[in-house]
Design a protein around this ligand. Structure first.
Ligand SMILES: Cc1ncc(COP(=O)(O)O)c(C=O)c1O
Length: 366
């Protein structure tokens, strides 16, 4: 029997409704300013996010996928031709690396973090790899100090994908990034969501910053003078920057609410057939509430009958995607996770009643 109302995985209309007046005023200020790209809102947002994130430079770009592509292009050492990454992170890095003309290799993930680790990267590394991309999955910033140290020792650069974890601290509690360049997305469902597409790259290295500035605008160092190959047009427009300036001060409270929701689900699941991955601590911003079970299909059907939506992030690992045409490869931890994981509703605007109802449904599985 299907439930009368269904708790959604996300509902963007709630955040738009909450912010409607402020967003309208922000849009009006852009219209009044006469700037539509690379104007004062854009510059202010870059500075504000750099300060918040604890990095020297943030550059706005048009999407998270563009951010990854530009970061990979800027980071790739001369003479190298491959990117090593996880196969369980939605395929965005695979798309970006392939668009940049590089081959993609896959490392398995750690069984607890479901992110690549120093050990899994070491196992998959070879001489062609010039860039390792670490995706901080589900909102959790994974520990990569050793991974970065070892990569740098052999001349490999590290790009971090913060699209799902923006707003989190590093595992040691400090702000900032550990790798050479970080990429993030402002896709509307992200913790820091725009009202359309957007993304950013971040770095503490002046030489990478200079290259990234050039790559996002046709490869120019000065107007109409192409200094670097591989440039494109990828800019964060002034309207999105204005909306993001408005929402950046709310990011911490969004993260807190998401963490609270995931922890409620984790407690409700104790002793039952599903295990909700924990999201406690400032290194986790609860982007997704991910659970594991060996009995996924029937659990999801039961939840659906109880009025709870669910989804899978992500059902098909990159090395099994027909369009990527990856030669046969075995990644046991990645493959098992892809069969067991599913995500529960988790966004800041879920009401307390809805969170209670999801917990009741989780308890009913026992
Ligand atoms: C981990 C991760 N990286 C990259 C992206 C790509 O960002 P965009 O959709 O802005 O291109 C996303 C989501 O969309 C993501 O979840």
């Amino acid at each position: 029997m299907t439930h009368a109302t269904t708790i959604p995985m996300n509902d963007l209309s709630r955040a738009l409704d909450r912010d409607k007046d402020a967003l309208t005023r922000a849009a009006q200020s852009v219209f009044d300013s006469g700037h539509v790209v690379m104007g004062p809102q854009h510059d202010a947002f870059q500075d504000a996010l750099a300060e918040y994130w604890g990095v020297d430079t943030v550059l706005g770009v048009a999407s998270g996928t563009d951010a990854l592509e530009l970061a990979i292009r800027a980071a790739m050492p001369a003479g190298k031709s491959a990117v090593l990454t996880a196969a369980n992170a939605g395929g965005y890095t695979s798309v970006a690396a392939r668009r940049a003309g590089f081959r993609v290799r896959y490392a398995d993930v750690d069984a607890v973090s479901l992110c690549v680790s120093g050990a899994t990267v070491a196992e998959a590394m070879d001489g062609d790899v010039g860039v390792v991309v670490v995706t901080h999955l589900y909102g959790n910033v994974t520990e990569i100090d050793d991974l970065v140290r070892e990569a740098h020792r052999v001349g490999v650069r590290v790009v971090e994908d913060w699209a799902q974890s923006i707003g989190a601290r590093k595992p040691n509690g400090t702000t900032g990034i550990t790798g050479d360049i970080a990429a993030t997305s402002f896709y509307p469902t992200k913790n820091l969501g725009a009202v359309g597409d957007g993304g950013a790259v971040a770095t503490n290295a002046a030489d990478f910053a200079r290259t990234l500035v050039q790559l996002r605008q046709y490869g120019w160092d000065t107007k109409y003078h192409v200094a670097v190959a591989g440039g494109t047009n990828s800019r964060l427009d002034e309207l999105q920057a204005a909306f993001l300036n408005l929402r950046l001060p709310m990011l911490d409270s969004f993260g807190e609410r998401r963490r609270y929701i995931v922890e409620r689900y984790a407690r409700a699941a104790q002793g039952g057939p599903i295990r909700v991955l924990p999201a406690s601590g400032p290194h986790h911003v609860g982007h997704l509430a991910v659970a594991r079970t060996g009995d996924r299909a029937s659990v999801r059907t039961r939840l659906s009958d109880l009025g709870v939506s669910s989804d899978i992030h992500y059902p098909i690992p990159d090395h099994r995607q027909p369009g990527f045409q990856v030669p046969p490869l075995s990644l046991p931890v990645t493959e098992l996770a892809a069969e067991e994981i599913f995500s529960l509703p988790c966004f800041p605007e879920l009401t307390d009643d809805e969170v209670d109802a999801v917990c009741t449904a989780i308890e009913a599985l026992k």
